[in-house]
Design a protein around this ligand. Structure first.
Ligand SMILES: *[C@@H]1O[C@H](CO)[C@@H](O)[C@H](O)[C@H]1NC(C)=O
Ligand SMILES: *[C@@H]1O[C@H](CO)[C@@H](O)[C@H](O)[C@H]1NC(C)=O
Ligand SMILES: *[C@@H]1O[C@H](CO)[C@@H](O)[C@H](O)[C@H]1NC(C)=O
Length: 714
């Protein structure tokens, strides 16, 4: 059994897939339960490389686009059974999305299929809502229809309208404008129009988009053959550009009902229909349990983007619901296992952990480059463990913050998809790192990981849920949600899961306020000293974004660092740069002329952030190197005197002033000495002359006279 499954996988890996016809006429194979309508021209091109595992990836994204019915599922739930189920997913990648096998692998698959039918593989549940025809009399009654996996089904509500079958463009593969057809109500108060569209030729989503643009309120796709209802899915690689914008509900109805409706419409009867989603979800009590089956891989194209967009937009709502006890949320992750005989193969080694027990497809489908499947498994495991730790500490809603932050801080694109990066995120959310490390365990060990084992078991359907085979999948009250992954559409569905009249206020109005920055600063960067934080509370939950404070812009990742930048940055905490004051002199490494960074000013060296140190110009012999010079270092400068004569160079203003005053004083002194000596000389000359004519009786009096005279003179 195991060998067969492996055989198929390898056959797939080595088989080029030819483009083929995708009509729905081939019914010799088992029934398709989810389908994507594809125009023949848009079928997958032949794969250029034999090891191209596009299909393998598809088995993750759109796994089991076909699955096989079985009368009674076996009761054993050990690894064997889970493995068989999983191999059915692998196997499904062999089929094209119309559920049919191609070319050379067909025979091998048939053999395996029989083995799997015997083992009772996956059970895919088609989620339904009810449709009531209220007129005309002849076909009045209640019918079932299958909810499409796009658009917005009105969970918990009803929609009443007239049915119209267009005269042309009946498959709605082209714009109705080209045919001059509109379904808009011409008069106010007119009932909305439901458009009847035939299956085939193009994607279901294209049909819905064209009908919506023409003004239809809902789309009823009529199956083109008599068969049990299937789930209409959206394409995973192409034609997704308008997926996000489909807001009307789409349902698939049986060929029989479709034919009856068409006949009545063609007869000119008014066909009135009520679409009812009130019983599509069980709503037994006042708490809704829901699960999100997801994946940490951020590079799988539109499906991964859609998944992340949903986490980002729904996070705030999910956290409010969880905190108030209205919901119990659990995230889940799908893994595969590698058949034992292949545990040592290159493929299994790069895609699996714990010796082939838990695997995920390679993100780029190339084993030789980028991240491997096993990196994805390890990150998925981190996310489950974060949820477990958060749940144990009574704050299960932290999972939303973790997944959101991880996708921003550790993306594959930037080569940050590593366990180390995960640890940074865990720390910033204040979770117990050791506990999570213990839960992750050793990915190289040859043993079970209880957490991933439980996930594999949970993957298998129970009660009404069915196997989870489409990623991402939302399960609400144990039923798979169908419709687009969009905040308001999902909230509507969650709200439909409450017992009537017990819905929380958020179901009635969406503007509920909390401030998530109050606790632990939301795990964002902050500078307490300056009262600056990167945490911003928005209605979608908190975001970590560097702020603008007093006109100064901060830049950084918002989680671990933010730095002031641009004009005025030195006003705030000196732009994060070094600054010191000594003897009334302040020196800073921040300059407003430079938009970022710190630089020590001349005369200092260092990183400019933590420190700038004075350069000892004398010791380093940078300046003042003349013979007989004496050099003295000062803070930020130096003083130099050469051979007794004072010389200046690169010295401060104060020193120049000292020299200036010195020179002035010396000049004044010299002048005074000169004057004094001149006068004493004249004195002695005069005395000598006078002594020749008169005796010197009173020398002192004469002296006094001269001093007084000299005083007048000065
Ligand atoms: C979908 O809607 C968004 C905004 O509502 C718009 O920007 C975008 O162009 C739309 N896409 C298409 C394909 O119409
Ligand atoms: C989370 O915690 C609640 C109560 O503490 C518990 O009932 C629930 O089973 C836990 N969920 C998981 C997945 O461990
Ligand atoms: C910090 O700033 C916020 C607003 O930016 C203000 O409301 C708060 O009072 C400030 N706290 C302190 C301690 O200055």
């Amino acid at each position: 059994m195991k060998r067969l499954a492996v055989g198929v996988w390898l056959a797939f890996a080595w088989t080029e897939q030819p483009a083929g016809d995708c009509g729905d006429s081939d019914s010799s194979h088992a029934r398709t339960h989810a389908a994507v309508e594809i125009a023949p021209a848009r079928l997958l091109p032949p794969h250029p490389h034999p090891l191209d595992l596009a299909g393998f990836r598809r088995s993750l994204d759109l796994a089991a686009s076909s699955s096989w019915e079985s009368p009674s599922p076996p009761q054993d739930s050990n690894r064997e059974a889970a493995g068989r189920r999983r191999s059915s997913l692998w196997w499904s990648s062999l089929t094209n999305r119309c559920g049919r096998m191609r070319g050379p692998v067909r025979w091998a698959v048939v053999v395996v299929v029989m083995a799997m039918v015997e083992a009772a593989a996956g059970r895919f549940v088609v989620e339904k809502n009810s449709l009531r025809v209220t007129s005309p009399e002849g076909i009045k009654g209640k019918y079932e229809c299958a909810i499409g996996n796009f658009g917005v089904p009105q969970y918990g509500g009803t929609l009443h309208g007239w049915v119209e079958y267009p005269k042309s463009n009946q498959k709605a593969c082209k714009s109705f404008e080209d045919f001059d057809i509109s379904f808009k109500s011409t008069r106010s108060g007119g009932r909305p129009k439901f458009v009847l569209i035939d299956r085939g030729q193009c994607y279901f989503t294209t049909k819905a988009w064209n009908a919506q643009n023409a003004g239809a309120a809902a789309v009823l796709v009529v199956d083109d053959k008599s068969e049990p209802l299937i789930t209409m899915d959206n394409p995973d690689d192409a034609g997704t550009e308008h997926l996000e914008n489909i807001t009307i509900p789409s349902v698939l109805i049986t060929k029989k009902l479709g034919d009856d409706l068409k006949k009545s419409a063609e007869n000119g009867d008014m066909v009135s229909v009520l679409l009812d989603w009130r019983e599509s979800l069980p709503h037994p009590d006042e708490r809704v349990e829901y699960e999100f089956w997801t994946n940490s891989n951020d590079e799988c194209g539109p499906k991964c983007d859609m998944q992340m967009d949903f986490v980002k937009s729904f996070r705030g709502t999910a956290q409010i619901l969880e905190k108030k006890g209205y919901t119990q949320f659990t995230p889940h992750y799908i893994t595969w296992y590698c058949p034992e005989a292949f545990v040592v193969s290159k493929q299994c080694k790069s895609q699996c952990i714990n010796h082939g027990r838990y695997c995920a497809p390679d993100p780029e489908q190339d084993f030789s480059q980028g991240y491997d499947g096993k990196d994805v498994v390890v990150q998925n495991l981190h996310q489950i463990c974060v949820f477990k730790a958060a749940n144990e500490s009574g704050k299960p809603w932290l999972w939303w913050d973790y997944v959101h932050d991880f996708s921003i801080r550790c993306p594959m694109k930037e080569k940050k998809y590593t366990p180390e990066c995960a640890v940074h995120v865990i720390k910033s959310l204040g979770l117990d790192v050791e506990k999570i490390k213990k839960c992750v365990g050793d990915p190289e060990a040859d043993e079970e990981n209880p957490v991933l084992k439980a996930e594999q078991d949970a993957q298998i359907g129970h009660d009404k849920r069915g196997d989870v085979t489409i990623l991402p999948t939302l399960v609400i009250n144990n039923r798979q949600y169908r419709g687009k992954l969009d905040k308001s559409a999902v909230l509507k569905a969650v709200c439909a899961g409450f017992e009537e009249t017990t819905e929380p206020a958020i179901c009635l109005s969406e503007d509920v306020q909390t401030n998530e920055c109050l606790e632990n600063n939301g795990g964002c960067w902050q500078d307490r000293d300056n009262n600056v934080t990167a945490c911003k509370d928005t209605f979608r939950g908190r975001v970590c974004e560097c702020p603008v404070v007093k006109g100064v812009k901060f830049v950084g990742d918002g989680y671990t660092n933010c730095e002031a930048s641009g004009i005025g940055r030195c006003e705030i905490k000196n732009g994060g740069c070094w600054k010191e004051t000594r003897n009334g002199k302040t020196i800073s490494a921040c300059s407003n002329e430079v938009s970022e960074g710190c630089k020590c000013p001349p005369g200092f060296k260092g990183d400019g952030i933590k420190s700038c140190e004075d350069i000892d110009e004398c010791k380093e012999k940078l300046y003042c190197q003349c013979k007989g010079c004496s050099c003295e270092n000062t803070w930020g400068s130096y003083e130099c005197s050469c051979g007794g004569k004072e010389a200046t160079s690169a010295v401060g203003w104060s020193f120049l002033w000292v020299i200036f005053f010195g020179l002035v004083l010396a000049g004044v002194g010299a002048y005074a000495v000169y004057k004094y000596r001149l006068r004493s000389y004249m004195d002695s000359e005069i005395r000598a002359i006078m002594a020749q004519y008169m005796p010197l009786d009173n020398q002192e009096a004469a002296n006094q006279h001269h001093v007084a005279h000299a005083g007048d003179d000065i």
